[in-house]
Ligand binder design. Structure first.
Ligand code: DX5
Ligand code: ZN
Length: 214
């Protein structure tokens, strides 16, 4: 299964957003991760569909990670803005199954995210294209990777089978990407370790190598 590093624009300089995204695209990035926060599910506010719209003409997969309550009320706006992947949180709605179905009907790949304390057993009850394992508590970039995460990834991969992507998000860098790949991860979100680096393109390539990408 192919592995990809997905730079997270949460850590980018918003005044130079396109320039920074173009740098990582030139280095080989094909998936760009966009973090949506509502000030309720997680304390901070981040961006809305406008951020997706601003990047939709680039030749990349735009992945929307919705850290918001009742995501079912917002998925259409993000699909219309140009999202290719829409990931909702298992903790954010009682209507996980229906919301994943609706994401697919809108023509997007459907993802389901789990906070560090959330057991991933729900994966047995729904069909997903992507399962996202939070490897920090959601809400902020720049946190430290939770060391027990690879064990959880193995349990998630066992529930998922081989087909769907297994994604890691939080504290991913050239040291943590490798153990996650060994535990079955295929998508690696990297914010601070890419856009906080002096040379984001080179940092992207280093993490991709550590993850064993193509
Ligand atoms: C955190 C977000 C992440 C964040 C990761 O809640 O979901 O996508 O951008 O940032 P780093 O890579 O800095 O941990
Ligand atoms: Zn994220």
């Amino acid at each position: 299964m192919t592995r990809q590093v997905a730079p997270s624009i949460l850590a980018a300089d918003f005044g130079r957003l396109r320039e920074q995204v173009n740098e990582v695209v030139a280095a080989g990035a094909r998936v760009i991760h966009v973090d949506i926060m509502d000030g309720h599910f997680v304390p901070p506010l981040s961006m809305g569909p406008g951020a997706v719209e601003a990047l939709r003409d680039l030749d990349v997969i735009l992945e929307v990670h919705m850290m918001i309550e009742q995501p079912e009320r917002q998925i259409e706006a993000f699909a219309q803005a140009g999202a290719d992947h829409i990931t909702i949180h298992a903790e954010a709605t009682p209507h996980v199954h229906g919301t994943l179905q609706r994401i697919r009907e809108l023509g997007c790949r459907a993802g389901l995210a789990f906070c560090p304390s959330t057991p991933p057993a729900m994966l047995a009850e729904v069909e997903v294209d992507i399962a996202l394992c939070m490897t920090v508590n959601p809400g902020w970039g720049g946190q430290s990777f939770i060391p027990s995460s690879p064990g959880k990834l193995e349990r998630m991969r066992a529930l998922l089978g081989d087909g769907p992507d297994l994604e890691v998000d939080g504290g991913i860098d050239r040291d943590t990407a490798g153990p996650c790949a060994q535990a079955g991860a295929t998508l690696f979100v990297a914010g601070t370790s890419v856009f906080g680096a002096h040379d984001p393109g080179e940092a992207f390539r280093e993490i991709s190598r550590a993850a064993g990408c193509g």
